[in-house]
Structures are given as C-alpha cells and as structure tokens.
Write a protein that binds this ligand. Sequence first.
Ligand code: 9WO
Length: 240
Amino acid sequence: MRVDVITIFPTVFREFLGASLIGRAIAAGLLEIHVHDLRDYTDDPHRSVDDEPYGGGGGMVMKAEPWLHAVRAVCGDGPRPHRILLSPQGERLDDARVRSLAGEERLLLLCGRYEAIDERVRMLVVDSELSVGDYVLSGGEVPAMTVIEAVSRHIPGVVGRPESVENESFRSGLLDHPHYTRPRTVEGIEVPDVLRSGDHARIDAWRREQALKATRRKRPDLLAGDMRGQEVAPKAPNRR
Ligand code: 9WO
C-alpha cells in the first residue's frame, strides 16, 4: 500500500514512521509513505496557508488553493488514491472502516491546522472525512498517524502472526479478556487458577466469558441487543 500525507508539519512524522511495526513494514516494502509539506504548494513569497474567515469571527481558515495544488500534484502519478480529510466533523473511524481502508491501493491523508479549512477543499478534493473521536485537537497529524497505524496492521505480512490481528479485540466484536504474566502473585493478587490448569478448553471458555463480561460492563454499546441481557455462561449461577 502507498500512503501520502499532506501537512504543514512534515517533520512530526519522521520518528513515527521509523519506529517498530511501521518502520519494518516500510523496510520490507509492504508499505510506502510519502510526507509532503503543504507550504511547498503555495505560490506567494510568504508561503502562507491561512487567511481570515469571510463573515468574520475568530480564528484563521486554511486557504483552498495550496490544498488543491498539493492534492493534484500528489495524485498525479499512479493510481488515484482514496483522499481522506481528518477532522472532528468526519465520520467516526472504527474497525470496519479500518479494514475497508486497508483494501485500498493508495490513501492520501490531509492534515489540517488552525481553526478550519476552506469548504471548497472538501467539495473538490476530498473523498471521505474521518474523525478518530469526538474532541478537537490542534490538527489532523495525530489522527493521520492513528489511521496509518491501524490500517497497516491489516496489510498482509505487516503483523508477524496473522492470528494476532484476527484474535484481537473487535474482530469478535468483544473487548479483550484479561492477561497475566509472571510472577504468579503481584501485591497479593494471584493469577486465576484456570490459566495455570493446562486445560485449554476451560481456558478458552474462561476467556470468552471474561471478554463478554468486560464488554457488557465497559462497552455495552458494542453488544448486539440480543447479547446484552443474556447470562454470560450457560451454567452461571443465578445472580438474583
Ligand atoms: C475547532 C473548533 C473550535 C470550536 C468548535 C469547533 C471547532 N472545530 C475546530 C476544528 O475543527 N479545528 C480543526 C483543527 C481544523 C482542522 C484540523 N484540526 C483538527 C483535526 N482538530 N481535530 C482534528 C481531528 C481529526 C480527526 N479526529 C479528531 C479530531
């Protein structure tokens, strides 16, 4: 997969792209990432990318033309990328959307700054507007890294063991079960006996039960209506 990023802070991507999973995916040729400086696509001596809003009010608005020039230049060569603007006004990114983006040959991520972006950018060069959560940040760079990291995990070969991706939270629609490692006791808290029993059928059943309980308690919105009130385990003792 090829990902292009347009930002006024290209340097903030450097460390991120070299680290760990992403760095290895790039080195292995599974992922290609190009970061572009929006200011390179301005045509005034001050390289300005923002201006005052029509209609007044506070804050600065990102000018349309640098974006139009940058997007068209970056799209120029090769297959047409799916063009994504990261913004709190976008549709919420979730696991299903991440998987669908992973199927694209090319992505182009547009990272805004300041208080807003001229509406003509959305109208002319954006295919999807995506949000990573209902809060305002200072720009789209951190959300763009979120998209890159989440999508990369679904490119075949990027995560060493494909089961890791498949077993994770969200494919099953449930949160993860609790995990333990050595030592057996930490500040008086013991590892549950079942995990040391060696009985893998019981361990699987325990993990499924814990996952369902955790989801019901912390994220009931993830459960289908028919799973919300049900007993966790078929033979669970009556709690009423
Ligand atoms: C600022 C603002 C202030 C008061 C009320 C609403 C507001 N919206 C914004 C705003 O959207 N500012 C943006 C800053 C302009 C584009 C880039 N910025 C941004 C992207 N902030 N937060 C994101 C973002 C992107 C994806 N998911 C979550 C947040």
